[in-house]
Design a protein around this ligand. Structure first.
Ligand SMILES: [Cu+2]
Length: 254
């Protein structure tokens, strides 16, 4: 519905650069060189918010790595499962937040930035990542032990590759939109990562304060979705004008 409305305002949005100009008065008329090569009608609206947790905080099990001394010796105490991480202020970490609908119907240029996942002490770092369809995701192995990276997608291609101790980075892409793809390690059953693949650059993952910020949006009315590996998905609608900031608040109940 609203996407047709947006297509009418696209020509105007093309004039808006991605920012970074030193002359705020004139930057709208001076798109950056990269923007000219791959025009993106990025806007200047922002959606921000915080994901809270309510209810009884689940107790996360301690992960025993005793079977693999190379992993265990990297930790003073047994690390806790990251399935649910409630921050000190009661917010929820590792929630993937994205624009679910309301964006103009167009192809967004794939970000040239690489998303990096490391394996440190036999734990995937970070625990949840987001990237665009076709964007590079690089897997590192900082450990002195073998890992096996094994995504278990529902629509993307499944693969499964071993990576030797301190092995060369593996660079991969995901071809389809898909949220919360579990990635395991066939060697260490406790290792878990979630990869979220979307067709546009408007997403974020909550961290130590549970907040998220999605910048560069065109004016519009958006459905914002927050997804957590245990508590599932929630959505809310947020309207923003061309340079405004909208708030999206979520609360997941334990
Ligand atoms: Cu492993």
């Amino acid at each position: 519905m609203s996407r047709y409305h947006f297509s009418l305002v696209l020509p105007a949005l093309f004039l808006v650069s991605c920012g970074g100009g030193t002359q705020p008065e004139t930057k709208k008329e001076e798109p950056k060189k990269e923007a000219a090569a791959a025009p993106a009608p990025a806007g200047e609206a922002t959606i921000t918010g915080k994901v809270m947790f309510t209810g009884t905080k689940p107790v996360m099990r301690a992960v025993s790595m005793d079977a693999t001394p190379a992993c265990a010796r990297m930790h003073k105490d047994s690390p806790k499962s990251e399935e649910v991480v409630v921050n000190a202020d009661g917010s929820l970490r590792n929630v993937f937040v994205r624009i679910k609908s309301g964006l103009p119907d167009q192809k967004w240029p794939v970000s040239a930035a690489k998303v990096t996942v490391d394996q440190v002490g036999c734990v995937y770092k970070p625990h949840v990542v987001g990237l665009m369809v076709g964007q590079d995701i690089e897997f590192l192995n900082s450990d002195e032990t073998n890992h096996n990276i094994h995504p278990l997608p529902r629509t993307n291609r499944e693969w499964n590759e071993s990576q030797p101790p301190k092995g060369d980075p593996k660079v991969k892409q995901f071809a389809q939109e898909e949220l919360m793809i579990p990635v395991k390690c066939n060697v260490h059953p406790w290792m878990k990562l979630y990869v979220n693949v979307v067709s546009h650059p408007f997403f974020a993952v909550t961290g130590e304060d549970g907040t998220f910020t999605i910048k560069g949006l065109p004016a519009g009315e958006y459905t914002v979705e927050a997804v957590h590996e245990r508590y599932g998905a929630q959505e809310t609608k947020v309207k923003v004008d061309a340079t405004g900031t909208g708030k999206a608040e979520f609360t997941f109940k334990g």
